[in-house]
Design a protein. Structure first.
Length: 298
């Protein structure tokens, strides 16, 4: 947490961290990260919690690939081609003792060109954000560092705060614009794949748009809840399952036979006396034709 009275002297409220009583004993330490770039006039507070024992983390080699997405830019593509041609021309006139030395020289030349032109892939960057937006984010980070180094009530501190707020606003607009262009590009790819009859490419594009990349795989299990991996075992299990369903349906149909339906129903066919009297009255008055409803014949 902040030191009491420090943020009040700058004209801003004191930041706090809230925690439930159930987790109060798990909170070990709290620190204020003044240099964190979070897009706010408040400083970030970080708390350390101890919930369970620490896991044993194995060391893994992190291999970062070259940023091949930069080749989509025409200027970067031209510079990459020219540097490759220059490197090939210099390697042509060199003398090597063997094939291993020649291959090492070619490999190091290509690696240097890729390192200087393309750079490494940043795994922290999300897809759909342009390089210009990342440059603005880096500029905002530098402005945040300058704000932490100056006093807030001075003229320079106020100018830095205004610049930081303006950069936050521009970054939000640029991110929305980039996400819209990214979604439109994926939709166009899905439309082209649908027009070409490439159903797989269309569904892959839609999964990429909805961030649902992992395919859903349902395991087939036997009666003892053990997974079946072989194709023959899966076919045999499907056969058993369908036979059980069909056998249960036939037994349910053959359980009870329908009772015999009576041919004679207890209904009196003779019309009542009141209906006969009304029919005679209508016939005498000559209004029988008006009461008849002609139904169409199909």
């Amino acid at each position: 947490m902040d030191i009491p009275g420090q943020r009040q002297a700058e004209g801003k409220p004191v930041d706090h961290i809230c925690i439930s009583r159930n987790w109060s004993k798990s909170l070990l330490d709290v620190r204020n990260k003044r240099g964190a770039d979070i897009g706010s006039d408040h400083h970030m507070i970080m708390g350390i919690l101890r919930i369970k024992t620490q896991k044993v983390i194995r060391k893994t080699i992190n291999r970062r690939r070259y940023n091949l997405k930069r080749l989509e830019d025409t200027e970067c593509q031209k510079t990459f081609k020219t540097k490759l041609q220059e490197g090939a021309s210099t390697l042509r006139y060199e003398v090597y003792e063997g094939a291993e030395e020649k291959w090492e020289r070619i490999k190091t030349t290509i690696q240097d060109i890729c390192e200087n032109t393309l750079g490494r892939e940043d795994n922290t960057r999300k897809d759909g954000i342009s390089d210009s937006t990342w440059k603005m984010i880096e500029r905002r980070k530098q402005t945040k560092g300058k704000m932490c180094a100056t006093y807030a009530r001075t003229r320079k501190g106020k100018e830095l705060e205004k610049e930081y707020a303006a950069l936050c606003k521009e970054i939000k607009k640029s991110v929305r614009r980039d996400h819209r262009a990214y979604a439109d590009r994926i939709v166009d790819e899905a439309q082209v794949a649908a027009n070409q009859g490439n159903i797989k490419g269309m569904f892959n594009a839609m999964r990429q748009l909805t961030n649902n990349v992992r395919p859903t795989i349902v395991l087939i299990r036997d009666k003892e809840s053990k997974s079946i991996t072989s194709i023959e075992g899966q076919i045999h299990r499907w056969k058993e399952y369908l036979e059980e369903i069909l056998s249960t349906s036939t037994t349910c149909m053959e359980r009870e036979e329908p009772a015999s339906i009576p041919t004679e129903l207890p209904i009196s066919i003779r019309p009542p006396k009141r209906e006969i009297v009304n029919a005679i009255k209508v016939r005498r008055t000559g209004k029988l034709q008006e009461q008849i409803i002609f139904q169409p014949k199909f």
